[in-house]
Every structure is written in C-alpha cells, then in structure tokens.
Design a protein around this ligand. Structure first.
Ligand SMILES: Cc1cc2nc3c(=O)[nH]c(=O)nc-3n(C[C@H](O)[C@H](O)[C@H](O)COP(=O)(O)O)c2cc1C
Length: 203
C-alpha cells in the first residue's frame, strides 16, 4: 500500500510510529523554576552526534518538560530498562505541573553532578544535559506546528557499575526498553557483533 502522509491512510491506527521503530526512550527529568521536580518519557528521542555528544527530544505539544528545559536550560535523559517499565509508564500520566512524577512513580530523585535537574537513581544510565536550542517546528507549507524540538549537549554521564563488564556496557544485561508503534514495546536483550568492511586491496 501507499498513502500520502497528509491524507487518510485507511488503517485502524496511524502506522508512522510502528514504522520508525524501535525508538529509545529518553526518560526526561527536569525541575521547574519554582523547584518542582518533573519526570516523563519521550520516545521522540535520540543521540544525533558524539563530538560533542548531543541528544534531541521531540514534543507533541508544549509540555511541562519542555517548559522546564526552556526555563532552566538543563535536563537529564535517564534510560528506561525492563525492570523500570511500570514506573516509566506511570511517569507519563497526564498530571498537573505541581505533581512530582518521581513520587508518583515510586522513584528516587538523586541530585545530579552538573545540572540542577535530578536524575532517576534506579536508572542504569543517565545523561546530564544542557540546552543548546529549543525550536518550534515549522512544516513544509511554512505553518507553525505545535511540535517542539529540544537539542541538548551531554555534559555528564552516569553508569551503574552493575552493567559495566571489563569496562564495557553489557546492554543485554541492562535490557533497555524500546518504543514501537501502537501500545507496543520491545527489549534489547540479545546482541551480536559485525566488523566494519575491510578496505578493498589496491590492484
Ligand atoms: C513510552 C512513552 C513515550 C512517549 N514519548 C513521547 C514523545 O516522544 N513526545 C511527546 O510529546 N510525548 C511522549 N509521551 C507522552 C508524555 O510522556 C506525556 O505527555 C507526559 O505527560 C508529558 O509529561 P510532561 O508534561 O511532564 O513533560 C510518551 C509516553 C510514553 C509512555
């Protein structure tokens, strides 16, 4: 099948997010300028470069996380793993901006090293970030959307010793969650290696 993305697809649910899958989950913790802690999962999330390390978050609407990031210039991207799936889901509840989702989800807000936003103590890894740019997205017709893009630079990296083996992250042991489409998730629990292609020999 083919459909034009701005026209009805005729399917029971929009397949877009099932196509762009798996997506890592940036479990974003922030603090408001009034000191209220906030935590929410964002699967429009990824690393975009490593020199320097930078991440992006996409928000469908101007949500508390985006407001806090814009107001304070700081945030943490914690990684959600299988053991924390329920807590991660709980933290996505649409609650008022006065509600601390750490408390709501039974998680521990641990002080970060370099940013004011706390991190999730239970998360196996967490990236402390400083805001580079917030952008309201404009579509191909020049119309303002209600979607927002956060670009952040990673300034601090936490790794739980339990997932480090011989100095390398054991991702299969860590079991990061991935978001698919619909209400589907996946878990990274098996890993394989491939060497990069060798350069062809000169003739
Ligand atoms: C696994 C998962 C991934 C999500 N990803 C996004 C996302 O990428 N962008 C978005 O706007 N909302 C996303 N949501 C919904 C937000 O987490 C939800 O709207 C939340 O209430 C926002 O909280 P905040 O207002 O405290 O930022 C996701 C929810 C779940 C459960």
């Amino acid at each position: 099948m083919f459909y034009e993305a701005n026209k009805p697809h005729g399917l029971p649910h929009n397949p877009f997010k099932a196509i762009v899958a798996p997506r890592p989950i940036g479990w974003v913790s922030t603090v408001s300028k009034d000191g209220v802690k906030n935590l929410a999962p964002y699967s429009f999330f990824n690393a975009v470069c490593d020199t320097p390390p930078m991440v992006v978050i996409g928000s469908s609407g101007y949500k508390d996380s985006i407001r806090n990031i814009e107001e304070t210039g700081e945030f943490v991207c914690n990684q959600a793993t299988l053991d924390l799936a329920d807590a991660m889901n709980q933290s996505s509840a649409m609650v008022g901006s006065d509600v601390d989702e750490f408390e709501l989800s039974g998680l521990t807000a641990e002080a970060s090293k370099l940013v004011a936003a706390p991190r999730v103590l239970e998360a196996k890894t967490a990236l402390e970030c400083k805001l580079v740019n917030v952008q309201r997205l404009i579509d191909i017709d020049g119309n303002e959307t209600n979607s927002w893009l956060i670009l952040g630079q990673v300034v601090g990296v936490h790794i739980d010793e339990s997932v480090l083996e011989n100095g390398m992250l054991n991702v299969a042991k860590m079991k990061p969650l991935a978001r698919l489409g619909y209400m589907d998730y996946s878990v990274v629990d098996s890993v394989f290696q491939m060497d990069r292609p060798a350069l062809p020999e000169k003739v």
